[in-house]
Design a protein around this ligand. Sequence first.
Ligand code: ADP
Length: 495
Amino acid sequence: MANHAFVPKLLVIDDEEAIRDGVSQLFSRQGFEVDAAVGGRQGLAKLRENDFHVVLLDLRMPDLEGDEVLRRIKAENLDVDVIMITGHGTIEQAVAAMKSGAYDFITKPFVPWQLKQVVGRAVEARRLKAERDRLARERERGLWEITTEKTRLKAVINSMHEGVLIADPDLRVVLCNPALSKMMGLEQAPAAGAGLGQEPALAPLVELAEELLEAEEELAVITRELAHAEDRPAHLRASISHVQNERGETLGLVTVLEDVSAFKELERKKSEFVAMVTHELRSPLGAIDTQLKVLLRGLAGELNQKQQHLFGRMQKRLGGVVDLITDLLDLSKIEAQSFVQQKKTVDLGPLVEEACGLLRPNAQEKELVLELSLAPELPQILADPDSLKEVATNLISNAIRYTPQGGRVKVATEFDGSYVHLVVSDTGIGIDPADQERIFDKFYRVKSEQTRYIVGTGLGLPIVKAIVDDHLGSVEVESKPGQGATFRVKLPMMV
Ligand code: ADP
């Protein structure tokens, strides 16, 4: 610990030059800083001016006696340990000096090792004290830093735009910032230590917290939009996660609340805009398609082979654009929440059968086996039949498109006691785990040698997901590259 190296400072006050020189030489060699004074007055002056750890003080001096110097040192509270140098046979004076507060004494004549021992003891005590003081100072500074850090952190959290709620594992409030109180419609912030459950307005957050704490697998975070309620912004998104120490133990939970209403409104407007544009595009494209059909049938004059070929290609490309526009329109309508949906009691089986029938020619064209296995007595569900047909069509058409010739596509319905399942599995190219997370994103298409020549928009699965979400269901994929894929849609049965 070189930076805390302790250099002892010694002052010798003696009228005998030999003693002053001897002491100076002896202790300079030991690494001390040594100073000397020829008498009591000069010694006191030096002590007042500089800090010394130890002073060697001769008792007998002409100008000011040693015991008087000692008395003044004590009276003036000078922080130095005094070692008295007493003459032979003056033991009573030495005892008197000790009583007046001298640290130690040494009797003349002495040899260097005796002096070293006495001074060494005093210096060691000073060194230990200096070290103790240093540690205490550091501890104090550390505490102060932690305290100011805490206040600073609190000030930052309190001035955040997002709502922040920190709770201990027993769901008692540790900190709740004003933004959170306001968003949750509280008159005033709950006091630290109050149970979260005591405040009815916080019930949705308690529910989330319990879900996180009770989760079987270690969940890092749960993010969810809170159901709409009065006294709150229209769209609130809550993220809740564990607060852990460096050993990974849970100290509590932190919830961050964001008002995403503006963002949602923007999304809705964007979807409305896309719906409007695609709608406007569809009619002229439809007209072009009709006119191409007229040309291709030779109703506007006989076409030669080359013209026939070119018009045929135009029609095919146009078909691709119309498909994209139809998908975009569907998706934006679902997102703008203007999808015309008439939910009624429906049987899933016939809808799936119909979708299979429509796509059978496509399967036959690729020499695929299309198998249908419907569960008997499937409970009914509350759904929009056209949307459900679209879900089935998209999944089956994907299975056909992403399965090479000679493969197999199986469409099944099942029931697990609460949910009705639609399962579409194939023996096709499969999906890499990294892509599985993204295929439900808009416009996401897996780019690989195998998918290169398969046309698509990247909108089929997002449409499936949006419709399924709207029916309070879920959709999952299970797949290994090269070993086919299984898509499973679960829809709640009607109760
Ligand atoms: P599209 O098929 O029009 O590209 P989708 O949204 O329907 O768009 O699908 C997104 C991507 O997911 C596809 O591009 C494809 O890479 C992958 N995918 C979907 N279904 C399957 C499947 N059954 N087998 C393998 N890959 C699939």
